[in-house]
Design a protein. Sequence first.
Length: 478
Amino acid sequence: MNERRSTVLLGENREGSDSSVKELLEQRNIEVLECADGIEAVRKSFAKKPDLIILDVMLPRLNGYQLARLLKNDPLMSATPIIHMGPSKNPIEQYWSRVCGGDDYLHKPVNEMDLDKALNKLLHKESGKRRLLAPISPIPELEDYSILSLAANLLEHELLQANILNEINMIDISATPTKDLVMALMAIINSLYDFSLGTAVLLYDNHGEFFFYQNGQIEQGRLDEVKELIFKHLQRQHKIYSTGREIKQTVLQSTQRKEVSRQTDEVYIYTKERGPVRSVLAFENIGFEELKKDEQEIIRLALELVNGVLEKKILFEMSQELSIIDAVTEGYSMPFFMAVLGREIENAARKGYPMTLITIAISNFRDITKDLSTNDVDGLIRIIHNLILRVTRKSDIVARWETASFAFLFTQSTLEKARVVQDRISNYITKNLSRYLPSQAELVIDMGISQFDPERDQTPEIFFAQAKPSPEFRAVEE
């Protein structure tokens, strides 16, 4: 019985193509399915079920990167290996290939030895795509419109999850809490490279923050060891010492939960080579030394961009600490609010007048705005801020303390009087905000309230903690 010929789908831009790849494949007794654009490649991929797909990154209609993301997202095609080929040797192109699901990248004109190496690695590997009961494809039909719509939908709703390199710098550092920012950036790296533990260190002038991103459970002792390695690196490489800094630690749990086959004590630490160091990235069991030189360049490039985003966040937070204006609402900043709160605490304790602090949080704000652009989200935050200002007095101090959470201070006000205002604010926001929300969005408001107690509230932080929102006071849009 004759051995079945392997089938390779070749999607190549005919402009500038010399057909050398097709000839090389045919010389190796491989059946070649040619496609001139991305739409045709999708149709033939589903119709012919090739053993391997080779895509020009410059394909018209759907380029090689978009096409790979679409096919790898489909259960019928996800196991089929994909090779990208392009004219650039820039590591960023190989990075794009990797994050979009490519299994290898070839530089054009394609070298015969490089092609053979890729074919040997990918063409005959075991694949799970041929099953008795195949899964159902999310592509219901192969019309041009359906294919393009699915590709657009993937790019629109999974842009961050797709971890496309250019999107790292598009994360809105002003509106994204630091914890969420680190989670998103770590997820990007984790989608490309397996590691058991990722660490991000943010160094402010007078304090520091350690974020540990775990794949699985890791003992506190190991976290302390990694922390010590980073401190030694900073001392040795950058003459930075932790003395005098308050260090805060936050443990984040990966939602991807990848199993890492490597089990070593290897920790790869990345800091930028020049200029003041504000952030550090470290990864346990990422296998950096095992990577090829070009792969090492790609991961350095990714970490350089992630490091840049973290440093922008640090500088933004530090500038906010010195500013009385919130960058999104254009109202008072939280540092200014806390400074005023400290001053009012002293006055209230000395003169004995009442003072009440109210907080409000749109607890499901992230869910109801997940499909909105950054500009639309910022606009909605400003609307909430302005609605609060319409109900409060001009002398009341209002500030934003999280994405869609606000605090306002009522001087010379008892708890009873403030509760009336609390109810009025809740009702006013519930009534007037719905017109600005996405259709069918259900608004959930949590509120908190506390009257100043001179014996208990010795600092602004203690007073503020007493007034944090409680689900017990909740308003839900009818």
